[in-house]
Design a protein around this ligand. Structure first.
Ligand code: AMP
Ligand code: ZN
Length: 667
């Protein structure tokens, strides 16, 4: 007998959850990415065809889709304290002394890494994620649930013996490798690089479009459990339990009864932290026993039972021996510092990024200077400062070149920008090669088999000058090329052909328009739905789109105004690339499935009456007060007492206006 749709959906959800967990929490995948994607697609298909089985904790929500217009603030049931910091072992020893004076019973401490990201509080009710709230000022924070649901290591549904109601505290981090990759592509497309992984993680949580958040490989590392009746009495057990319920709790923590043990942990990780996939900025030492914690209590800011120890940033002094200039695919000419080679955190450092001329003048850098070099989350380290008292008498100012180091043409200074541009777009080799490489890159058209080396080969043998030329390549043309075996030329042709089905937003990003990075391409694609509409848009229509500023609008208009770009677009269209978004299937009108709704606070987009009508029109019911029968509370600005009442009831799902609108499919 064939399975019912409901059974199929449930089976797929269970399997995908398990694979998610294996991949993102345990780091031990058991199926291929391809296999995973196929099953996810199948689930999405079934869910679209049967919205009556929709839930907010299906693995399909991991890809995002919800748009949050504003993030309401919510009071934490359990305050989110900060931590006291210490910078030396002495300070840590003093803290331990103070504790020993207050506690008679034997002490034990846990040591954990201090993950450098954004703190988050995840509330679970009956084993399901109910909301995610940022720390804010510790007393209340912002509700960012839709965005956090996309983070794969945040379990939507728990397993095992979890309490009825509790919150997990954790840190949302962006792994260093992903951060570097994002920055490389930003610098390439002429956007300023992000400062560090922490800021990027925190900015990601506040993005309105959860689809964009879903594309950032954020991770959530859990470090604590809070609640009224927790089934354990020590922190160590809390971490183990959280792990067993499905949270990602790094297995680096230890339990020790001596300060000596704490110091050993610090020394070990001060050395090894640069090998971790994410940034840590110290160690957190906590009293293990909950009753001892209770006896110690809190100061106005932080628990007395915990102390952070901050690592010193890895810094070293060396000499700036030269500066060279690189030409990117948008023609931006960026300086790179050449250093006297020096050993820093286990690797020899020879270069540092200077990203733009602004830094050179801000630090008043000169050739020959003694400089401090620091290693953070970036691939190449940065110059953190100049030792002015060591400045040699013959130090020379750094002269930005007047001419392109690659093609020799005079460089262009744009008003308000620190870096200069080579205007020779069609004749400057690094720009031409850069555009092709970008077009084919993984995050753009993802054409397998085209790396920097192949691009150089295709360029030098006069076969490819523009992305459109790729689609004219034949097996016969590339076969004679040196280093091109029959197999790899077949792969190349197959890869190019496959790229024709990439969605419009990828194509738009791949075109390599200055300032149009992945996020911007996504916004433009979902707003205009196709290239024709985008090209027709006026400057004013462009800047009316969320997150599109004047700089981007002007860049788009300039790009579409050039004959050579129009020619490219015409040829790419003829080759069969996607220049339109595919239509989204319409939703059925009973998405609310008889659930009872209530509204509180001022709604931004609807009147109360409109909102209530929408509930009924989508198959739901309205209630007039909070009670045990209430399923959903929709919260607007300055919510009234209904919010606290609903939280008290404990089983009411709390939605923002935007979440409500997107649920009924009309955001
Ligand atoms: P601070 O921001 O300096 O006040 O440090 C407190 C923050 O450190 C907390 O809000 C957490 O977000 C973060 N943190 C990172 N790792 C841990 C950990 N293992 N235990 C507790 N807090 C941590
Ligand atoms: Zn040039």
């Amino acid at each position: 007998m064939s399975k019912s749709v409901k059974e199929q959906i449930e089976e797929l959800r269970r399997a995908l959850e398990r694979h998610n967990y294996n991949y993102y929490v345990l780091d031990r995948p058991t199926i291929s990415d391809f296999d995973f994607d196929q099953r996810l697609k199948r689930l999405q298909q079934l869910e679209r065809a049967h919205p009556e089985f929709a839930t907010t904790d299906s693995p399909s929500v991991r890809v995002g889709g919800t748009v949050t217009k504003n993030f309401p603030s919510l009071k934490h049931r359990y305050r989110m304290y900060s931590l006291d910091n210490s910078y030396s072992k002495e300070e840590l020893a003093n803290w331990e002394q103070r504790i020993r004076k207050r506690i008679d019973s034997p002490l034990a401490f846990t040591c954990e890494l201090k993950y450098d990201g954004v703190s988050i509080s995840l509330t679970y009710k009956k084993g399901r994620l109910k909301r995610a709230v940022t720390r804010g000022d510790g007393i209340s924070g912002d509700v960012v649930t839709a965005n956090v649901r996309t983070i794969r290591s945040v379990p939507l549904k728990l397993s095992g013996d979890y309490p009825e109601y509790f919150a997990v505290r954790g840190e949302i981090v962006l792994p260093i490798a992903a951060f570097n990759e994002m920055n490389e592509s930003r610098v390439e497309s002429g956007e300023p690089p992000y400062m560090n992984p922490r800021n990027t993680a925190s900015g990601s949580l506040k993005l309105q479009d959860s689809t964009v958040v879903a594309q950032r490989p954020l991770a959530c590392l859990a470090y604590g459990v809070v609640g009224a009746d927790l089934p354990f009495s020590t922190h160590r057990e809390a971490l183990q339990k959280a792990r067993s319920w499905g949270f990602k709790v790094p297995d680096t923590d230890i339990l020790t009864d001596s300060l000596e043990g704490v110091f050993q942990f610090i020394d070990k990780w001060d050395r090894k932290r640069l090998q971790l996939p994410y940034e840590v900025d110290g160690v957190v030492v906590k009293v293990n026993d909950f009753s001892q914690r209770e006896a110690l209590g809190f100061t106005s800011k932080a628990p007395r039972w915990a102390m952070a120890y901050k690592f010193r940033a890895e810094r070293i002094q060396t000499a700036l021996v030269g500066v060279s200039y690189q030409v990117g695919r948008t023609g931006a000419v960026t300086p790179v510092a050449h250093l006297q080679p020096v050993l820093l955190a286990g690797t020899t450092v020879k270069r540092a990024s200077l990203h733009n001329e602004g830094i050179i003048s801000k630090l008043d850098l000169r050739l020959g200077d003694a400089v401090w070099v620091e290693k953070g989350g970036e691939i190449i380290p940065k110059i953190a400062g100049v030792c002015l008292d060591l400045r040699p008498k013959d130090s020379r100012p750094i002269a930005y070149p007047e001419h392109c180091p690659a093609c020799g043409i005079e460089l262009l200074c744009l008003p308000g920008e620190a870096i200069r541009y080579c205007p020779n777009q069609t004749g400057c080799p690094p720009q031409i090669k850069g555009r092709i490489a970008h077009f084919a890159s993984r995050r753009a058209m993802d054409i397998e088999g085209i790396g920097a080396e192949t691009v150089a080969l295709l360029y030098e043998s006069d076969l490819v000058r523009t992305p459109a030329d790729l689609y004219d390549l034949t097996r016969e043309a590339i076969l004679p090329l040196v280093r091109m075996a029959a197999k790899s030329s077949d792969n190349l042709i197959a890869g190019i052909k496959k790229s024709k089905s990439k969605p419009f937003e990828k194509v738009l990003y791949a075109l390599g328009i200055r300032f149009v990075g992945e996020t911007v391409a996504h916004q433009l694609a979902s707003h205009f739905k196709g290239l024709d509409a985008l090209q027709r848009a006026s400057f004013d229509e462009l800047i009316a789109v969320y997150e599109i500023g004047e700089r981007i609008a002007q860049s788009l208009i300039d790009f579409f105004g050039k004959a050579e770009n129009q020619d490219q677009i015409r040829r790419l269209k003829a080759a069969g690339l996607q220049f339109e978004m595919r239509a989204e299937p319409s939703k059925k009108r009973d998405v609310l499935q008889g659930k009872t709704h209530l509204f509180t606070g001022r709604l931004a987009q609807l009147t109360r009456d409109e909102a209530k009508e929408m509930v009924v029109a989508n198959g739901g019911k309205n209630l007039s007060a909070v009670s045990g029968k209430l399923d959903v509370l929709v919260v607007g600005a300055q919510p009234g007492s209904k919010l606290a009442q609903a939280q008290e009831v404990g089983t009411v799902e709390i939605l923002t206006e935007a979440e409500f609108l997107s649920r009924i499919g009309s955001s």
